[in-house]
Ligand binder design. Structure first.
Ligand code: PSU
Ligand code: MN
Length: 518
């Protein structure tokens, strides 16, 4: 029962939110500055903290997720209601306080709960739907979560369809999630998203829409996006069209944390039966199922949930950074002010365009005849490969390299994440390095040709110029294709500043004998 006075308070708040902005929205200074300066920001929700996970795993997860967003060069904005105030950005202390749910007694807040929670000065975790509302009002275009809500199984009789879907249908925001939770009816959820006009793509290797705990659901979506820059380009276009509807990028859970779909389905069905027996309904159903499944799997599902959220946060930050770079029109991204360059691993080495020619024979005669081959082009270079791997692992390094002022150079530049591009130089006096690798029909590498003179442009002087940043690195990684003088200069710096060094050789794989050869 709500008293009349309270009812009026709710209505008043509801009417005045947000047009008259009587309900103040607190935006953390760091986030306000980042938005003003058009830097990358990632919104994060808080129902995961208050209702999605137990204490203290919830708090640890939320803090680590923020850390990951920062490592990738974006500013995290965890959104929640704290004592009746909408907060865009929480302090670590606030995350801990909110996450200790025994004392914070939080409400699970969707669109419909906002006014009540605010007027009653409650604490609350914002679901995807309420987080979308707050994030769009603050002007944050990218939002990461675990799995959005969807159409529940049996919705034809329960009518249980998450408010997340409707909010996504009417808000200009890109949500990064591991699809929808497999406790739901995924097929119906995808239909519903289509009706709402929500752009849906997988972000991964296939079009198979991920199912939260498993990498695949068996339902295909129309688009598959593989790189943050591609996602950013679609978002940019969507924003320019001013479509006022949302976008969903579905990232599969990392393989090593994924459940076999059949195994997790057994647990889900058991949990659903228990929910039915306990007569759990409405907004309690999702938290109930998540916690039952965690019990049934001996905590394994919770580990998976944490892993997928972290991975989504990393992808979201990469997309946010790429979007900023795209909107800047900064193709080279040589804007140091955007990223903190200090304290990162420092990789020095080559960026090549690799052409692999796979022949249809093992009889290779080099006498001027044409051999039939299949060509594939990939970005390579020992240094660049290491840079890419570190970015994917969540440790974007500084990368010192040189490319030519040609098409190949542009292509290579476009695949180096913006946060690692600062030390990549463009030199118009040399070709971008290119490497041609010839494989025979058994997959053995038979011939290598390289135009790699440009690597000599990484001179001792170029290296010394960057000493002030190199000296803050926890590790220096050198490509053994560098000139001897360059390697020597790096080793001198490493000794001077007491930094460990890894010297990395090229590796050639021989598929035939399945051996890596140095
Ligand atoms: N992702 C998770 N755990 C969660 C949620 C997402 O890994 O608990 C939350 C989100 O806040 C989402 C909500 O909006 O679950 C969906 O709840 P419902 O099905 O009641 O709409
Ligand atoms: Mn619901």
């Amino acid at each position: 029962m709500i008293r009349l006075g309270k009812t009026l308070a709710i209505l008043k708040n509801h009417k005045s939110f947000p047009a008259k902005r009587k309900v103040s929205m607190y935006i953390k200074e760091e986030i306000r500055d980042a938005l003003k300066q058009k830097k990358a920001v990632v919104a994060l929700e808080s129902t995961i903290i208050t209702h999605g996970m137990p204490f203290p795993e919830n708090v640890n997860c939320a803090l680590q997720v923020e850390q990951i967003v920062r490592q990738q060069g974006a500013v995290p904005a965890t959104i929640a209601i704290v004592k009746g105030r909408i907060k865009i950005g929480l302090s670590p202390e606030e995350i801990v306080t909110l996450g200790d749910t025994k004392s914070s007694d939080p409400v699970k807040i969707s669109r419909r709960d906002l006014s009540y929670a605010i007027s009653n000065k409650r604490n609350g975790g914002t679901t995807v739907s309420a987080t979308i509302i707050a994030a769009t009002k603050a002007g944050i275009p990218i939002f990461a979560t675990g799995g959005i809500g969807g159409v529940h199984r049996g919705a034809e009789s329960t009518f249980d369809i998450s408010a997340d879907l409707i909010e996504l249908g009417r808000s200009k925001i890109a949500v990064i999630s591991s699809g929808v939770k497999s406790i739901l009816d995924i097929s119906k959820t995808l239909e519903y998203l289509e009706t709402q006009g929500v752009f849906v793509a997988t972000f991964g290797k296939t079009n198979d829409f991920p199912a939260f705990y498993s990498t695949k659901s068996g339902f295909n979506v129309p688009y598959c996006i593989q790189r943050a820059e591609e996602a950013a380009a679609v978002i940019k276009c969507h924003n320019e069209l001013d479509l006022q509807s949302g976008m969903l990028f579905a990232v599969p859970i990392p393989e090593e944390y994924a459940f076999d779909p059949e195994i997790i389905e057994g647990f889900i069905e058991k949990a659903l039966k228990e929910a039915n027996c306990d007569d759990v309904r409405g907004k309690n159903i999702t938290p109930y199922l998540l916690s039952q499944i965690a019990k049934l799997t001996g905590g394994k599902s919770l580990e998976s949930n944490v892993a997928l959220i972290k991975n989504n946060a990393r992808v979201a930050a990469d997309i946010a950074v790429a979007l900023v770079a795209l909107e800047d029109g900064a193709q080279t991204g040589n804007d140091a002010s955007q990223f903190n360059l200090e304290g990162r691993p420092f990789v020095i080495g080559g960026s090549n365009l690799d052409c692999s020619a796979t022949l249809d024979t093992s009889e290779i005669k080099l006498d001027g005849r044409i051999l039939n081959a299949n060509f594939t082009y990939t970005a390579g270079g020992v240094g660049r490969n290491i840079c890419e791997s570190l970015c994917k692992l969540g440790f974007p390094p500084n990368f010192l390299s040189v490319v030519g002022a040609d098409e190949r150079g542009k292509m290579i530049m476009s695949v180096i994440p913006p946060q690692s591009r600062h030390f990549v130089r463009v030199d118009d006096s040399c070709n971008t390095a290119e490497c041609i690798v010839v494989f025979d029909d058994r997959g053995s590498c038979r011939l290598l040709m390289g135009d790699m003179k440009i690597h000599n442009k990484i001179t001792p002087e170029v290296i010394l110029e960057n000493e002030s940043i190199i000296k803050t690195a926890p590790l220096i990684i050198l490509d053994s294709n560098l000139s001897e003088e360059a390697i020597e200069e790096c080793l001198k710096l490493a000794v001077k500043h007491n930094i460990p060094v890894k010297l990395q050789h090229r590796r050639v794989v021989c598929f035939h004998c399945k051996l890596w050869r140095r």
